[in-house]
Write a protein that binds this ligand. Structure first.
Ligand code: NAD
Length: 491
């Protein structure tokens, strides 16, 4: 693959993107657009049609009208579309990588990895339509249950992994026979709109996938209350997810919420320290820490504490920050100034409260350097609030029990990592950690298509994954019986 050099990438005319409704591109009903900026250069990357309530209604209606068409296609037909989409995404890898770099500030490695994982997810999903199982019940009559698509699914996604997260939601819904309205984040609408075209070219019938970009706030209430919408699948901030879930619940809609995290990496005293430092460095600083699974608290058992700090600071300080188009760059820009400032605020507040800044901590907009803060305490907001930036807050634990208590001292519970040479001890701790996903001797950032992805506490509700993990939100079970012989009724 060839990635264009930075100077070649500069666009004199920004791209124009329309909404994608009922198989065609169209401007928004208001004809308004909004600006989508390149976070590295600050230049205008695209002018995008700004959807409002009228467009959201049109997208829902198109999805509703397409349900019978998509449901009439047998599993083999749905499999073919998903397989074709995987092939097209692989062919268009360069275009998606370029867009991820320019629109979301992804480094070349992050962008390539995101596209490769998305192709893998699509391939794994192609088998899902044939896997949707029901049950039989030994009741003396013919009694069985089937799973049917719910109908229209609304997928709302964030900006940090704009291809991977949008694609996952769209595919989980399509594979189970649903039609979709996708609302990508306003910082990364183009990647979402590209997905609409990709599936269209892969043979998806008109109206089965609709993509509308624009401010979520103006459309959220409609999505969560519209009678045609049966499931809301949301990834983003906890506060937004709770708000949407409140409305959706009052309309008895299904919802899945993938929300924030404050993920601990516990390093026990018998850990392979060098290996743990490598894993933590990757998971704390990958994509500038803008990942829901980022390590956001490094909890270290006393005997290794000082040595860990020394090795982590050495590694973090050596990371290359800068132009994400350069293949050697390991950390690109923050998505925007607001995100950079919120990260810096958490770091400075912790230092003011007595934590030690060991490296980084000086913003260089749009970049924030890899930052290590030691002696972080539960009373500090850097311990409690999601950083979503390239910061490793390090916390001292007296012993393994204290490490576990510190890990669970959080309103979040998404991912966790435990580093130990004693796998039995690691397994016992994994059972006690309040998190949806625990990895022993691996980084917190890890996904597979057929596993239950999701969190507990304020990190979410429901799980996302192939092989049945999303059926609760994406399918409606139906119980059917056939009476065999005549039944005797009491009157
Ligand atoms: P956000 O909540 O601000 O926005 C997410 C999406 O919701 C966007 O498309 C936005 O336009 C839309 N939105 C905002 N208000 C809305 C409303 N009232 N109704 C409907 N839609 C609305 O989140 P963000 O800043 O884009 O993303 C960062 C957050 O996402 C972090 O907290 C991160 O941890 C979380 N995240 C979680 C996961 C996970 O799988 N658990 C993955 C990635 C990101």
């Amino acid at each position: 693959m060839t990635i264009k050099a930075p100077e070649q990438a500069t666009q004199s005319i920004p791209r124009q993107e329309d909404l994608f409704i009922n198989g065609e591109n169209r401007p928004s009903a208001s004809k308004e657009t909004f600006d989508d900026f390149n976070p590295t250069t600050g230049e205008l990357f695209a002018k995008v049609a700004k959807a409002g309530v009228e467009d959201a209604e049109a997208a829902i209606e198109a999805a509703q009208a397409a349900t019978s068409k998509w449901q009439a296609i047998p599993a083999a037909g749905r499999e073919k579309v998903l397989w074709q989409a995987a092939a097209l995404l692989e062919q268009q890898m360069n275009e998606f990588v370029e867009t991820l770099i320019d629109e979301s500030g992804s480094t070349v490695a992050k962008a390539k990895g995101e596209v490769i994982k998305s192709v893998d997810f699509l391939r794994a999903a192609a088998g899902e339509p044939r896997r949707i199982e029901g049950d039989t019940t030994p009741s003396g009559k013919c009694s069985f249950s089937i799973r049917q698509p719910v109908g229209v699914v609304v997928a709302i996604t964030p900006w940090n992994v704009p291809l991977g997260l949008s694609l996952k939601k769209v595919v989980l819904a399509l594979a189970t026979g649903n039609t979709v309205v996708l609302k990508p984040a306003s910082a990364t609408p183009v990647v979402g709109l590209m997905l609409g075209r990709l599936f269209h070219d892969a043979g998806l019938p008109e109206g089965v996938l609709n993509v509308i970009a624009g401010p979520g706030k103006s459309m959220g209430d409609l999505f969560a209350s519209h009678p045609a919408v049966k499931t809301i699948t949301f990834t983003g901030e906890t506060v937004t997810g709770k708000y949407l879930a409140g409305i959706a619940a009052s309309h008895l809609k299904r919802f899945a919420l993938e929300l924030g995290g404050k993920n601990p990496a516990i390093i026990l005293k018998d850990a392979d320290l060098d290996y743990a430092v490598q894993a933590v460095t990757f998971a704390a600083f990958h994509h500038q820490g803008q990942n829901c699974m980022s390590v956001d608290r490094v909890i270290v058992e006393e005997p290794l504490y000082d040595e860990l700090l020394e090795r982590l600071v050495k590694k973090a300080s050596a990371l290359k920050v800068g132009d994400p188009r350069l293949p050697e760059t390991q950390l690109g820009p923050m998505i925007n100034e607001g995100q950079l400032q919120s990260v810096h605020k958490l770091v400075t507040e912790a230092v003011d409260a007595g934590a030690r800044l060991l490296c980084g901590g000086e913003p260089n907009p749009p970049f924030y350097p890899p930052t290590v803060v030691a002696d972080v305490e539960p009373s500090m907001s850097l311990f409690q609030e999601e950083t979503f930036g390239p910061v490793a807050p390090v916390i001292r634990a007296k012993d393994a029990e204290d490490a576990l208590a510190l890990a669970n001292n959080s309103r979040y519970g998404l991912a966790a990592a435990i580093f130990t040479r004693d796998v039995e001890k690691g397994l016992a701790m994994a059972r006690k950690i309040e998190a949806g996903m625990v990895h022993i001797n691996d980084a917190t950032i890890y996904t597979e298509p057929t596993t239950p992805f999701g969190g507990v506490k304020d990190s979410g509700f429901g799980r996302e994954g192939l092989a049945g993990w999303s059926w609760h939100e994406m399918t409606e079970p139906k119980w059917i019986t056939i009476q065999l012989g005549e039944k005797k009724y009491p009157f």
